[in-house]
Design a protein. Structure first.
Length: 367
């Protein structure tokens, strides 16, 4: 007798039947591709773990072509090697936090009076890397816009690669700019943001943005410092407002993560242990283990405004209401919840503008 085997796909499961009897059932992991998806952080860690030499050919990247700042002469290889080593270490110790484009859009355009600077007193992790699913157009220099893709963030004493370089520099006392920066790190509650852009390659290093946390409460009169990877100060080459908004974005992300109805979900990616065993046997270099991804989950009990309650008869278009914070008084005190961006308007109506349609797609990606 010949066995007759039929395999069908039902509700994301393989169901095999042999001679009318069910013998095998296995859940399909459709998420395995997303687990293995490479992030910007993976590339950065690998890039900065390498030390270029004088003979290493340096290919100009799309990012470096945008910048009018050109460093003349040969780079200081010793300084660069220490900077790259500390960058790689800081990035490798960071928590990778993946952020949805529609949420980042809401946090980026949150009105400045709503930004809670006290959130910096409650960092969820010491070292974080905010990877943006959708790059944010950012004016890194006057008239020069670049797509911002990732931010390395935390207290400067914990993660700033410049700090270790300065502290080990025997000539720091002779360099006024370096000496002033080191004094600020030692004496103040200084925060650091390393800015990474689309189009960078292994030879590009981030912009370094530093600011004093307590000064944020003083408003737009605060001081901050932006330096290029080589240590060149860019204060005269930038517009202040984009960097103020970027600082506010970092603070808003922290406040968003700390919201009462938010849970941080940790997701492991592809385990390369078995792959590395085979690679080592073949004499190949082992692959670096991919860092887990952390993303934000909003509790299902969160209530969202109903579109039916907002004058549905007067709306002949659809739009996106940006995400925002809501405060609630409870028996345990005031809690802050995050309301995700949502669609308002009749389902069969056209979008108010093309931007809302694009934001809607980003929301669908998060779902």
């Amino acid at each position: 007798m010949v066995d007759i085997k039929i395999t069908v796909l039902i509700d994301n499961r393989y169901l095999s039947v042999v001679n009318g009897r069910k013998v095998y059932k296995r859940k399909i992991d459709f998420d395995f591709m997303s687990k293995a998806k490479r992030m910007l952080l993976d590339d950065l860690i690998n890039w900065y773990s390498e030390e270029p030499t004088e003979d290493t050919p340096r290919k100009e990247s799309e990012h470096s072509k945008r910048s009018p700042v050109k460093i003349e002469g040969q780079p200081d290889l010793e300084y660069e090697a220490r900077l790259r080593k500390d960058l790689s270490s800081s990035l490798d110790s960071s928590k990778l936090i993946l952020l949805n484009g529609a949420v980042v859009d809401s946090l980026y355009f949150l009105e400045q009076p709503q930004t809670n600077y006290d959130a910096l007193d409650y960092l969820p992790f010491d070292v974080m890397f905010f990877e943006l699913n959708e790059a944010v157009p950012f004016e890194m220099q006057k008239g020069v816009e670049a797509p911002l893709k990732g931010i390395l963030f935390g207290k400067m004493e914990d993660i700033c690669p410049v700090t270790n370089v300065l502290m080990s520099d025997p000539d720091v006392e002779d360099d006024e700019m370096k000496r002033e920066l080191l004094e600020k790190i030692v004496n103040n509650d200084l925060f650091y943001a390393g800015l990474f852009f689309e189009g960078m390659n292994r030879f590009d290093l981030p912009y370094h943005l530093s600011f004093v946390g307590e000064d944020l409460k003083k408003g737009r009169g605060m001081d901050f410092c932006v330096t290029e990877c080589s240590g060149v100060k860019l204060d005269l080459m930038i517009e202040e407002e984009p960097y103020f908004k970027l600082i506010d974005l970092c603070v808003n992300i922290i406040d968003y993560i700390n919201a009462h109805n938010i849970t941080i979900v940790k997701k492991s990616r592809t385990d390369v242990t078995r792959i590395n065993r085979r690679r080592v046997k073949k004499g190949k270099e082992p692959l670096r283990q991919l860092k887990p991804v952390h993303w934000i989950d909003i509790k299902r009990t969160t209530t969202y405004p109903k579109t039916d309650d907002i004058e549905p008869r007067t709306m002949d278009y659809r739009e996106i209401v940006r995400g925002h914070f809501q405060r609630y008084h409870t028996n345990d005190g005031v809690v802050k919840n995050w309301v995700n961006p949502f669609v308002r308007g009749p389902k069969d109506a056209p979008w108010k503008n093309n931007r809302y349609r694009l934001l809607s797609k980003l929301l669908d990606q998060e779902k």
